[in-house]
Design a binder for this molecule. Structure first.
Ligand SMILES: Nc1ncnc2c1ncn2[C@@H]1O[C@H](COP(=O)(O)OP(=O)(O)OP(=O)(O)O)[C@@H](O)[C@H]1O
Length: 219
């Protein structure tokens, strides 16, 4: 589904942050992306989301060479990807419900067709009593769960999550992990960037480890 070949990335004239990355992300796979702070996990997620072009090498996403995709086609392609940003990126003027429902609204779906699904997911992530509030009154952990719910509500083909359990307590982290596993069981390829060893120990999943610009993969 995704293929990197000899990919390198530097920001401006800076040092090469990622070097000679060659790997695949197969359909329906589940992997953790880990490595020390500053190793380039967020950068790699940005390459996967096509919000950054590599300085060298080839990236294929959904069998398209990202260097040749016209800019105006990117939004449509990105709709197949759910993403949880480290800084959440919720829309401040929308309620919890509206933020989570956004990908469905963008698709032109009627609220009556998804209302129950959104409410069920919000209950599952423990936000059943925060449905009608704006992001400004939510805690960091609550915002994180809204961002996760928004990323998965439309069952994307690929989920990219940057430290998705960084702001919640261990029991909630486990609950969220179960949610990602269920999504994966339903067919989504999942990439979770994390430092959380205890979280990774819960699942016998592929590990992609970034260190000093290189990537090692343990299947
Ligand atoms: N926009 C940018 N311009 C210049 N340098 C950047 C930019 N974004 C990231 N970097 C640098 O690239 C390197 C990798 O950063 P990145 O955020 O990808 O690492 P990370 O592994 O996600 O870190 P963390 O675990 O702390 O979130 C760092 O040295 C960072 O300073």
């Amino acid at each position: 589904m995704i293929r990197f070949e000899n990919v390198g990335l530097r920001y401006g004239m800076g040092p090469e942050i990622l070097r000679d990355l060659t790997f695949d992300i197969p359909k329906r796979s589940f992997q953790f992306l880990t490595g020390p702070s500053g190793a380039g996990k967020t950068t790699l997620l940005r390459l996967l989301f096509m919000s950054l072009q590599p300085t060298r090498g080839l990236i294929n996403v959904f069998n398209r060479d990202i260097a040749t995709i016209p800019r105006d086609e990117l939004p449509l392609l990105r709709r197949r990807i759910g993403i949880v940003f480290q800084d959440f990126r919720l829309l401040d003027h929308l309620t919890t419900f509206e933020n989570v429902a956004l990908p469905l609204r963008v698709r032109g779906k009627e609220e009556s067709s998804y209302r129950r699904d959104v409410l069920e997911l919000l209950n599952w992530v423990g936000l059943g009593d925060r449905i009608n509030v704006l992001p400004a009154v939510l805690s960091g952990g609550e915002k994180q769960r809204v961002a996760i719910a928004r990323a998965i509500i439309d069952q994307p083909q690929l989920l990219l999550a940057d430290e998705p359990t960084g702001n919640v307590d261990p029991p909630m982290a486990l609950r969220l992990l179960r949610l990602f596993m269920e999504l994966n069981r339903l067919g989504t390829a999942v990439v979770i960037a994390t430092h959380d060893l205890s979280l990774m120990e819960q699942v016998d999943a592929r590990r992609m480890i970034l260190s000093e610009g290189r990537l090692d993969i343990y299947d």
